[in-house]
Design a protein around this ligand. Sequence first.
Ligand code: FAD
Ligand code: MLT
Ligand code: ZN
Length: 474
Amino acid sequence: MSHQTDGAPLLDQTLNALRGGVGPVHVLTDADLRATYETDWTRRFHGEAAAVVRPSTVDEVAAVLRACGEVGAAVVPQGGNTGLVGGGVPRAAAPRDERGSSRSQVILSTLRLRDLEAVDEVAGEVTVGAGVTLAALQEHVRRAGWDVGVDMGSRDSATVGGMVATNAGGVNVLRYGVMRQQVVGIEAVLADGSIIRRLPGLVKDNTGYALPSLLAGSEGTLAVITRVRLRLVPQLSRRTVALLAVDDAAQAAAFAAQLRRSLATLTAAELFDDDGMRLVLRHTGGEPPFREAHPRYLLVECGAASDPTDELVNAIAELPSRDAVAASDEGARHRLWKLREGHTEAVNAAGVPHKLDVAVPIGRIGEFDVIVREAIRRADPGARVFVYGHVGDGNLHVNVLGPDPEDEAVDDAVLELTIQMGGAVSAEHGIGVAKVRWLIADRGEPDVAAMRGIKRALDPAGGLNPGVLFPEES
Ligand code: FAD
Ligand code: MLT
Ligand code: ZN
């Protein structure tokens, strides 16, 4: 007997090998048990898996990859399933192998890889399992007076492995960089079940190709990451947040640049518009921060060992903003942050969004924010548009509600404009399946050919997350 899905059947022999590898209770084949793993956070992407497999050690991960490799099953690595480009859930149409036969899809969940090793106090580093959530990691390292350089709204569910695989960005990039810059060591399993491991945490290591950097942003297409060694940053015990009402995105970018120059303690500079803020307030039930509505808002945060309030307040007093408020106590800071971080959930609650996460040259953010709205209106006059993001590092999230999830006209309009303006079609969420059609347009044929060469070298049979990042080769 075999377990039938929309791809090829997964033979009992393989299911038995998986059960032998990870234990029978950690191989989920029942449709009800698979369901939450099969649909992404936005509900836009969904596919059927033959099984969800939950290994708890690197050797179990290797056993899963070998068992799947033997029958040509596709392996879809999944962490917290908070990814926004459909790369962590099975493909809607079963992928094909080299001979054109359809592959069954196996979700490899990393959630049981949750070791938290002791913080290395001298190096300021920590090694953790790929399935540890960002919130658990933050709690762990903060107890030792350290912090994690990357932070973002999905912290309660997003995993360290997923953050490396997507090269996550978040709200502190202008201070500490993206996830790739935090990674000083990695353990991962290649498609053939072999294990690569380099975890001593050497800050300087020029011994050959930097595999941790290569795996950062590889979106589950090159290896399954099982453990990560991260550089930590000092915990900033005193924080102050300010919200500035501004005329437009250009002014927000200019203010952010001025604050980056004048405030060594600046940790975040975030943008949102009034429609987005009203949506968040309706969703969360909060109060507006200003009596009047304003076109755009810039949220900035400073963090330091001593109270940064005076320097932040003095710096924003120099800026000709329309209005401003500042907060340093935890509750008030949280309420201001909620206005920005609440966007993702509020938009998702209002419909199935088209999420375009783009990078734009910072000097052109103002122009982009105007033109992109016109481009969307032309593509779909009825669409609702919310633009927010990390203005301090040139990353805008263009969210569109209204068009059918399958209708890509607005996606195309936004991404075409992004490339025309010298930007990138993904800033921090990745290509996933959502933007596969746009990879060559953005990167060009020679880059994509080089990437495919790397993919073929590490995963010759193409079983690791097929259909993600690259279009499937016919
Ligand atoms: P998943 O969604 O499970 O997987 C994402 C991708 O990584 C998939 O391609 C998957 O195959 C691969 N993958 C996962 N784990 C592994 C592994 N161990 N080995 C190999 N491949 C793996 N992203 C940002 O960058 N910045 C933000 O500010 C931000 N804010 C968010 C806020 C909300 C409310 C939500 C829902 C999402 C947000 N995201 C943000 C997107 C998302 O949280 C990140 O992309 C995150 O890094 C994904 O982690 P995950 O564990 O959920 O990965
Ligand atoms: C954010 O910055 O809020 C996240 O990247 C998620 C999103 O784009 O909604
Ligand atoms: Zn973001």
